[in-house]
Each structure stands twice: as structure tokens, then as C-alpha cells.
Write a protein that binds this ligand. Sequence first.
Ligand code: EPZ
Length: 418
Amino acid sequence: MDKYIIDGGKKLYGTVNLQGAKNSVLPLLAGSILTDKPVKIRRVPMISDVENMLRILIELGCKAERDGDCTMIDSANAVSHELPARLTKELRSSVFMLGSVLTRFRRAKIAYPGGCDIGLRPIDLHLKGLQRLGVKIVEENGFISCSADVLKGAEILLDFPSVGATENIILAAVKAEGRTLIRNAAKEPEIVDLQNFLNAMGAKVQGAGGSTIVIDGVKKLHGVEYEAMCDRIEAGTFLIAAATCGGEIETKGLNSENIAALLHKLSENGCKIYTKNDRIILSSTGRLKATDIVETMPFPGFPTDLQAQYSALCCTASGTSLVVENLFETRYKYAAQLKRMGADITVRGRTAVIRGVEKLRGASVTAEDLRGGAALVIAALKAEGKSTVLDLSYVDRGYSEFEHKLKKLGAQIKRVRV
Ligand code: EPZ
């Protein structure tokens, strides 16, 4: 298990080269088995969630090769419809493989994905959507077995705009008979990326980014070479780090619309933000005003995946901030660790009250989930003195070359093997 040793108090300056979006590349990889022709995806980040997804594809019988940030998938010899439990347990979001495996094999089997570090993570909306398409579902002994002689288009209304359920239904509908409508669909930019990828393979998907998505089933999908979008959560993480520590950084390749809610908050905090096309420049004195309240919402609201990082910023902003996490039950595990650094943070249910303090003190802290781990790194970069951040397996799930990118911006951070 590795750890970071961080000497806090340095301002951050420079440009961040963004990785491909983890939450886009994962569904794209799932979609690669919708054709038996080769699929090439560019801008695939070197992160453990992607490694796990590739392992799952290989267990299904696919060939997967990486060449730098380009990944080639050849599923011509894919034979299995059973998703390996030891891997789907590691990668909860592999549940949207159901849709693509069903489209390919008309059958799919997956171990019931347990909850995870941030909450229960039920999949009832996924299963209800698949059933609307004619999928028969049997849940027994902790496994979900799906089968469908024919996948038929249907009208589906999601009780909640679930990202994964929207993606799963799209992947199951692209070769179904007839038209599928998804109402109250998730509007995240990663779904637009999936739509563009599938249409480049010959699918007929329209409306992604809005709340109604229309999919007209086609007979066949062909191979594709596609470049995934940049990771807006990685960009947001670095922008929050620079806002918190002070300095000036630039991100390139990301449309600022994809994180408009965060940029709005950061300018309320007193940051100077300049955006032009796919460039975002943020400068900060490092001494910020607290924002009164921030509530996580489905896109285009404030992203839940930036809630922990933003809470770290609030710890030294002057005034009191209220953070409300509306999407996941237990996304505040990092709070106890921030308190070890001197943060004044009180959590009640889905709400955190954060009173800004003059300074955070370096301490030894332990990550317990992906975005909480990023929040601890931000707090350690701000804190006075030395911190260690333990258990980097979490940040490794979603951030490639995290310490290298931070070092390039002037952070005093090193990774050591424990
Ligand atoms: C995706 O997870 C992302 N993961 C998450 O990012 C992100 O936090 C989340 O969307 C929300 O934006 C990937 O894309 C791989 P949801 P997902 O289904 O699809 C409830 C990260 O840090 N729900 O939109 O699992 C669920 O319990 C990760 O990169 C049901 O009730 O999110 C939650 O409260 C973490 N029933 C809410 O919806 C269902 O069938 C949002 O979940 C499905 C979801």
C-alpha cells in the first residue's frame, strides 16, 4: 500500500493536461462488445477502474491491448455472458455491462453488486428499465441472471435520472427491435459522449444531454476509432486545489459548461475565472470567502463527485459553509480525517457544517474512498507542515499520474511504498 508525503503551503501554478474521463471511458468500453469488429478508444486513462474493466472484457473472451492512452478491443471471439464476480465486486459500475452483454448474447449473469464506500448503490432502476425491454430477470443466491429472446424497444420513465441506469438502457436498446424512449434520463456530459461513440458505430441515438433520449434499434454496429472526452471531475479537482492553495492554473480540453456549477461556486468564493472555448484559467489568493450553501444535484447541478474536494476548500474559507449531499448516503467519511488536520466540520446525515479556520495542520490521514482521498490530498496541500495520506488504492482508481501532475504545478508531494 502506498502513501503520499506532502509538505503543504505551496501555491500552484501551471497547466494541467487532463486525462480521459473515467466515467465516460467505462461505458464506452462496455459498448465495445456491441460489435464483433475492432474498436479503438483514445484518451483512456491509466487508472485501476479501467484496468478492472479490461480484465472483465478479457474474461468474456475479448482481446484488449493498450498502446499509451489508446486501447484496442477486439470482441470477435467473445463467448461468455457471465461477468466474473471477483471483478464486478471490485468495479461496481460494471453493472452497465448488463446492457451490452444482453445485446451481444441475449443472456447476462452478474453477481449482485454490493454497496460500496459511498452508499447502498441499488440497481432497481437498471433492472426495471431492462425488464421494460423484455428482459427476464432472476435474482438468486446473490446472482442476477438476465435473458431476452428478443429485445424490444419500449418507453421507459426513470424514477430518478440515474447515470448508470440511463447508460445500461441505451446499451440494451441500440440493437433492440423498434424505438426506445428514456424519459427523465440523466443529462451528464458522459452520456452525450456515449451517444456520440455509439452513433459513430452506426447506432441511432439522439437527445443525450437532455431528459428524453430516443434510440432507434439497428441491425448491426461496425467498429470505430473514438476519442473519449476529458475528465471534468479531474479538472474540477485540480481547480479546487488551486483555489484552496492559491496560485493560477489552466486546464485545456474541457468545455467549461461541463463544470459550470463548480466554476460558479468558485467565483462566489472569490476566485478569478477566465474561460474561452476549451480553456479554463483560475487564479486565487488562497484566502477565500465561504459560500453559504452548496447542494449536490444531478447534472447540471453541483456534481456529487466534487463534493468532498469542495468541502476541503471550505475548511479554510472565511465564514461558515453548508454542504448538502443529495445523491449518496455516506459520502462524508473524509470528514473525520479532515478534523485530524484541525478542520471544524460537523456532519449530520446528508449535511456538513464547515466553519472556516485560519490554518490546517499537517497530520497523518487515511483515504476511505476515491473522491474523499482527493479531498485529503487538497487539505494536505493547504495545511501547514507535513502530512501523510495513506491508502492510495482509492485515488488510483480515478486519477492517473496524480502526484506527477501536482508536482508539475509546484506541490511538494512524493509517493512512497509503505
Ligand atoms: C455514476 O454512478 C458515476 N460512476 C459516479 O461517479 C457518480 O457519482 C454518479 O454517477 C452520479 O453522478 C460512473 O459513471 C462509473 P447513479 P452511478 O445511478 O451510475 C440511486 C466517481 O466518484 N440509484 O446516477 O452509480 C443511487 O443510489 C463515481 O467517479 C437508485 O436508487 O450513479 C444514488 O443515490 C462515484 N437505483 C443515485 O441514484 C438505481 O437503480 C445516483 O446514482 C440506480 C441509482
